[in-house]
Design a protein around this ligand. Sequence first.
Ligand code: ZN
Length: 851
Amino acid sequence: MKDASPQITPETIYLKDYTAFGWQIEDVHLTFHLSPGATRVVSKIHFAPNPDAPAQEFFLHGEEVNLIRASINGEVVSPQVDAHGLRCDVPSGPFLWECEVEIAPEANTALEGLYMSSGMYCTQCEAEGFRKITFYPDRPDVMAVFTTRVEGEMPVLLSNGNLKGQGDGWAEWHDPWPKPAYLFALVAGDLVNHPGAFKTMSGKDVALNIYVRPGDEGKCAFGMEALIASMKWDEEVYGREYDLDIFNIVAVDDFNMGAMENKGLNVFNSSCVLASPETSTDGNFERIEAIIAHEYFHNWTGNRITCRDWFQLCLKEGLTVFRDGQFTSDLRSAPVKRIEDVIQLRARQFPEDQGPLAHPVRPESFQEINNFYTATVYEKGAEVIGMLKTLVGDDAYAKAVDLYFDRHDGDAATIEDWLKVFEDSTGRDLAQFKRWYSQAGTPFVDVSETWEDGTFTLTLSQKTPPSPGQDVKEPYVIPVAVGLIGPNGDEVLETQVLELTEAEQSFAFEGLSARPVASVLRGFSAPVVLTHDVDRAFLLAHDSDPFNRWEASRSLARDCLLAMIRDGAAPDAAWLDGLEKVLRDSTLDPAYRALMLSGPTAAEMAQLLHENGVTPDPQAIWDAQDQLSQAMAERWQAFLPELTQASNVTAPYKPNADQSGKRSLGAAMLGLTRRLDGGAAAQAQYQAADNMTLQLSALANLVRAGQEDPALGHFYDQWKNDRLVLDKWFGLQVSASAPEQAIDRVDTLVAHPDFDWQNPNRFRAVFGALAMHHAAFHHVSGRAYALLTDWLIKLDDKNPQTTARMCSAFQTWKRYDAGRQALIKTQLDRIMAKPNLSRDVSEMVSRILAS
Ligand code: ZN
């Protein structure tokens, strides 16, 4: 019954067309008879007419499932089945639907539905994977209580909810909380368990487990600590208690995304949960902690309150990213977290919002929902929550969120519901604020100043360029946090939030004795591009807002690189002097100082050049960045050893903020030192390293210095049996190489016996690194474009979701010169011409081409 023919014109789904499903489900009983090539799934579902829905034919989603038998109230029926599901005549009242299907997990390479990874069975159902398991109304507004029996010759058999019983070759699970099918999960395998326990605030005991493949049990302790910290934090900060007897996490090697919040049974990409000092970097630890928190926090923001339809994805994702960000800020350093988030936002969300893939935080149409798990929905969605909190204040935010939980627990909700809660609890009209959900594009905010008779006036204006399908944008409500600093460096006005609601608006500050310096958009209070002609060197020296102090240096760095690229200028000595003072200030957090040294990314520079009417030349950006770093190294030759010394950690390794901050400053120093000593310090660090953070930064510098032999081979031999470390080995050879050499490396690496291209982590290690290496990816020969395309075409047959995500590497193509555009166009056309192109990739590439 599987229809293999390609969809010629994929169907577009619209938010405005939403209609409720015609039936409600009382309960679902599933029985799985597991077998790699032929798993049988038996479902028993009690349907009853939904009084709130319009009349409709009975349709259940189902893809790549073989119908064996179906019956209604015990009578055999013969539904009409097509590639998308089945239709059937049903009684007018309640009825019992019973059905048996067969599926082949072993043949499932898309990693959606029930599939196999390293011998274990696992599922991924979000967004629309459950329909690959059995026939079902696979939509988030259909919620049901699931009982799941798993039968198979595997020692560990897991599903959602509480364990009801188990015996040899079977286990039965019951999840008392009604849930949509996308939160269903099943795992079966030869797994080992790292147990833990948690007592909730009302005194209930919860058993915690992290299940991993044998051999990985030594890498679970950190994840367990992070889980316990998350459970405690959600109780303390949001008053949210866990609601089952058990919480399971499983690590799988083949996974398209980071992790998945299935009720009571979170499934994680093993790279997002397994950690040890020897094999994981500080960055890995921080990310793992955040993802564990994120998935756990979904239990309330996502599971207890879910989304009515997939257009509302940001309802759970924006809010949950915001929550995990608060958690990281509380556990680690709030300023450092804010800066890291903004770096990411500019690197990933801004290009999306300013290019052909731009879409509102709440999109209004899609062909393939998997293409909308984007930086816009997640990260901009979180920024929107942050702005809302800034506008209403912390207390009102807390009150409104409480009301949200009270009012909508058990619901499949919408953005309207979310905003209504804030309107009802604060009395504020959020109609204009809602534009953040409906309009795409990054607003540009311009600031101008006047000073007259003791009155300082800031005039703010906003403008948002057109994006696909949206030519005209209405003004947003933009919270602009501002502080004023007197000429002596003292703050004369503490941070205030200005509300910019018009296209242009002025704000006057009276009674000042001298003209102040304005620190605008403190804490990056809104996701906008700010232009403001201000004394940045002064802000770098005096701003009390750590974000804006960092931003002052970052924007001086941007201007410096811009002048170097455009006018062949020398590095800006005045800025470097100011920066040196910050670096030498031992009262400042080392992590913060390290971030001060992180220059603008090449992609950021390409965007800036483009905004300034200059066609970016990727090699010229690379050269300027290289010259700037070289100038820093030479200028600071004398104090590099001093600062390196100060960033040394003598205590036993811990992945905490304090130690990892020191190591990140050390890594920045090592990068500069390598430019002076030809790699000697990196060599010494490599030999002495007893943790992955130090080992990897040393290795990267050896590659950069052209001193990778024999370290690269040594690293491979040491770690060839650890697939997560091996991913780093693959990725680093690309990311740490000079542009042309990086492409050569990819050519070599794809022929390596360990290049398992069907494993998304391994594929991304190589091709993600290539796509992120700006000067290599955009090499004038077009070699990298062609190479990536060859592999995308190959991967599309196996895994459309991961292929489609990687297509976004081409989204900025219209910034570049005609030659590069032509080279890219050729590759995009090649993709479009591929036989049986997936709906995922077809949608992505058509959108990119339409620009
Ligand atoms: Zn999420």
